[in-house]
Design a protein around this ligand. Structure first.
Ligand code: PLP
Length: 416
């Protein structure tokens, strides 16, 4: 399967190279040159999530990943349930039952095993800068896999206590650095090293990597299989637009999604773009759904190449939901249906409520991860999550680092 940069100024590459590079050398994002069409007979007959994953990903990966290896890798990566539950007249697809309790586990765990497969000859170090959920999903996804190690950077004091514990849990092959600076500083350090790696063999595992994007198509298909849906609207809580882009790829490969509802918080650049504003993106603002606090969604560039502007505006409807409205939505679904939603899922529940039509909502995080907001909205404790209870007893390990790329370079060179 070939991939081409959104900026068209870099060579066309196979999946392996797009996966290891992350970003194309011209600064663009990799998109597939062609999108394989999947007939409904293929995916509707899936027996379980892993079987479905194999059916959907085979045409993408069969030239480069042997069938048996793909099968084993998917079985290992997708080892938790992804149920579709009814909440009133919407169906909620719970993507948060993985080890770090957000949907990012799905993409990260599949990507980690693909990279480990290709890295088996020359070990590779994955760099990831995180402001929250991505770091723990990536660290956990790669932990203990042969041929890869992971360096996670996060801004010291700027993630929640729970996120910090999730990030710093000791994991084999993972080092965590608390940077004395902002998330932007962490990103600059990662980008500087990627641009001039020297002796190090480095790669990045951010949300623009095709290795995360392709597996994110799977759960859109899985919602249709579980609900036996002929067609449906799908409502997606959006930040960097990776999840939505994967949904568009699923639609383009034949999944009968009617309309996408792109549910944003106060970071409303994309909804503004859809309603006609030519330059809608700006600095991010902080909200209660912090994993969606993105001012310049990196996957917009990719989406823009996959869909022309007219199709995008016909196929995707944008919503911007305030913190007050998301708190009200949390109360509404709890009082009416006894369902406890996390603040990110609540943004989508409110968007589909305004649309007043049934459909599928992607639930992106476990409410236990946002227990303070759950208590504030509902006056109750969030349902427990075994994965979080276990954290209390685990050892943690973290190294402080000044926000200078060469200190990171030195730390990585020492790490053998
Ligand atoms: C990352 C994240 C999002 C946003 O997903 P994108 O793919 O960046 O649009 C939404 N909800 C949660 C809980 C997240 O962690």
């Amino acid at each position: 399967m070939q991939f081409v940069s959104t900026r068209k100024k870099a060579p066309v590459v196979m999946f392996e190279e797009a996966l290891i590079r992350g970003l194309a050398p011209d600064g663009g994002l990799y998109n597939p040159v062609t999108i394989p069409k999947l007939s409904p007979e293929v995916w509707r007959r899936a027996e379980d999530f892993v079987d479905l994953a194999r059916r959907v990903l085979e045409p993408w990966l069969q030239e480069e990943v042997p069938a048996e290896l793909l099968d084993n890798l998917l079985r290992e990566a997708l080892n938790f349930p992804v149920p579709l539950v009814r909440v009133g007249d919407v169906q909620v697809l719970e993507l948060f039952h993985g080890p770090t309790l957000s949907f990012k586990d799905i993409g990260a765990r599949v990507m980690a095993r693909l990279i480990s497969h290709f890295a088996s000859r020359t070990p590779i170090t994955i760099l990831v800068a995180t402001s929250g959920d991505t770091g723990s999903a990536v660290a956990d996804g790669f932990a203990g896999l042969p041929g890869v190690r992971v360096a996670v950077l996060y801004p010291k004091g700027q993630v929640s206590a729970l996120q910090e514990t999730q990030l710093t849990v000791k994991r084999p092959g993972v080092r965590v650095f608390a940077v004395n600076g902002s998330f932007d500083k962490c990103q600059v350090m990662v980008k500087t090293l990627l641009a001039s790696p020297g002796e190090l063999r480095l790669s990045a595992a951010n949300s623009i990597n095709v290795g995360r994007l392709l597996p994110q198509m799977l759960y859109y298909f899985w919602a249709f299989v579980q609900g036996d849906l002929k067609s449906a609207n799908v409502c997606v809580p959006c930040g960097n637009l990776g999840n939505l882009t994967a949904g568009v790829l699923a639609w383009q490969s034949g999944l009968p999604i009617t309309v996408f509802l792109a549910a944003h918080n106060a970071n409303d650049g994309f909804p503004k773009y859809l309603s006609g504003s030519p330059t809608p993106f700006g600095p991010s603002v902080r909200t209660l759904s912090n994993a969606m606090d993105v001012g310049h969604p990196s996957n917009f560039e990719r989406l823009h190449v996959l869909l022309d502007a007219a199709t995008m505006r016909r196929k995707i409807k944008g919503y911007s939901i305030s913190d007050d409205a998301l708190l009200r939505a949390m109360r509404r679904v709890y009082e009416q249906f006894g369902y406890v939603a996390d603040p990110h899922t609540a943004v989508a529940l409110e968007a589909i409520h305004r649309e007043s039509s049934p459909g599928v909502v992607l639930a992106t995080a476990h409410p236990a991860k946002f227990s303070r907001t759950v208590r504030r909205a509902l006056g109750i404790n969030a349902p427990e999550a075994v994965a979080l209870d276990a954290l209390a007893n685990l050892e943690t390990s973290v190294t402080s680092l000044d926000p200078i790329p060469d200190t990171l370079r030195a730390a990585l060179a020492d790490w053998l």
